[in-house]
Design a binder for this molecule. Structure first.
Ligand SMILES: Cc1cc2nc3c(=O)[nH]c(=O)nc-3n(C[C@H](O)[C@H](O)[C@H](O)COP(=O)(O)OP(=O)(O)OC[C@H]3O[C@@H](n4cnc5c(N)ncnc54)[C@H](O)[C@@H]3O)c2cc1C
Length: 360
């Protein structure tokens, strides 16, 4: 049996990939499914620009998402809010030169986009500000509802014979020849052959971890969730501007985000942070303050060291694998990472990620 610690996108996407390969999987979750960063992510699927191996992987992940989403929905009968309506990148006069630079880079990398004037933008999204002077439409950008993706993955794991156990934290690990003993907070002890640490920002709180498992630092992300049903022309695309983004959900909600706050650990944002998000958004969507505020959500992106993904196996305790430091891209990369790590855990086959993103 393989135990996965943490039921966020990292643990659940791996759990499904392992189950699909015939492994017996149990996912152990301290709280509820998606109670960490995965439950509050904006969860858009957009590779960053650049020519590194990671950027290539992100493009591959985005290519796989439509099929991944369709399969997950078919297997579970659940909707995961997958939308392929594309992104509109918008700019005010003061950021026009940055937009031009971005589009020049996109052209040099053969990225698909269509340049837009301010009027084009308002034809596509009539509620946006008359001050927007230029932009671009990126048709390939998709997004999902991260919480729904996690719920569906948990159901798919159970349908393929695995288990997802909620509301009991792993408190310590003890390594024995050929296996691992997992002690749970509520007193039980589980013996498994292998375990995979996917506990995000809280991973290093587990006792008994070998020294070569790195500690994470937090980059807090705060979003406002508003009700946009009162808008005569609700936002239908993912809108990106230089100070944040607007992301529509199926249920009439609009996510207004997002902060990137290093070493902020509180999940209770101050009124100043809420005001900061409103100020960033109101030059793009002038009516944003009139829309009912439904909730303020906060989550901790986890980063290790230089912030690169950490995926692999402990050199000190080879029964212990890890999938950490997903930063701001855990959803985007999930279809690729889940498959590659599953192959590594089951067969020891190293792919490009497990070769380059171990810390050893
Ligand atoms: C505001 C915001 C916006 C974001 N937007 C995007 C986006 O647009 N696109 C994108 O791709 N990514 C985005 N991200 C990043 C994405 O959310 C993360 O990369 C991803 O959720 C990380 O997943 P994870 O499974 O590693 O961690 P988490 O989701 O944090 O999951 C870890 C799980 O482990 C559990 N756990 C912890 N300790 C234990 C223990 N001892 N025992 C058992 N369980 C334990 C926790 O309860 C939690 O459920 C965003 C993040 C934030 C905060």
């Amino acid at each position: 049996m393989i135990a996965i610690i943490g039921a966020g996108i990292a643990g659940l996407s791996l759990g499904l990939a392992l189950s699909q390969r015939g492994a017996t999987v149990t996912v152990l979750e301290a709280d509820r499914v998606a109670s960490g960063a995965s439950g509050v992510a904006t969860s858009y699927l957009e590779p960053r620009l650049g020519n590194t191996a990671m950027r290539a992987l992100e493009r591959e992940a985005m290519r796989r998402w439509p099929h991944y989403a369709a399969q997950l929905e078919e297997e579970t009968g659940m909707s995961i809010g997958f939308r392929q309506d594309g992104q509109i990148k918008v700019s005010l006069q003061e950021y026009k030169s940055k937009l031009d630079k971005d589009l020049t880079l996109r052209t040099s990398q053969q990225e698909t986009f269509k340049q837009l004037s301010g009027d084009d933008i308002r034809r596509m999204e009539p509620s946006l500000s008359p001050d927007l002077i230029a932009g671009a439409f990126l048709p390939d950008v998709c997004w999902v509802n991260g919480r729904d993706v996690c719920q569906a993955l948990a159901v798919a794991i159970e349908k393929s014979g695995g288990m997802v156990v909620e509301n009991d934290a792993v408190s310590s690990l003890q390594f024995r020849t050929g296996g691992v003993e997992i002690s749970m907070q509520h007193g039980s002890v589980i013996g498994v052959e292998k375990t995979v640490l996917c506990a995000g920002i809280a991973a290093s709180e587990i006792d008994g971890l070998p020294d070569d498992i790195p500690a994470s630092r937090a980059v807090r992300g705060v979003n406002l969730v508003v009700d946009q049903t009162g808008l005569s022309q609700p936002i239908t695309h993912l809108i990106k501007h230089h100070r944040g983004n607007l992301c529509p959900r199926e249920n009439g909600q609009l996510i207004v985000g997002t902060t990137y706050e290093s070493d902020q650990w509180s999940l209770d944002p101050t009124p100043e942070i809420i005001e900061f998000l409103y100020q960033n958004a109101d030059s793009i969507l002038p009516s944003v303050r009139d829309l009912p505020l439904l909730k303020v959500t906060a989550g901790l992106r986890s980063k290790v060291g230089d912030g690169n993904l950490r995926l692999g196996c402990s050199e000190e305790q080879p029964q212990l694998f890890y999938s950490l430091s997903h930063g701001g891209a855990g959803f985007l990369r999930a279809p690729v990472i889940g498959d590659e790590l599953a192959e590594f855990v089951l067969k020891g086959v190293k792919g490009p990620l497990t070769r380059h993103h171990t810390h050893g």
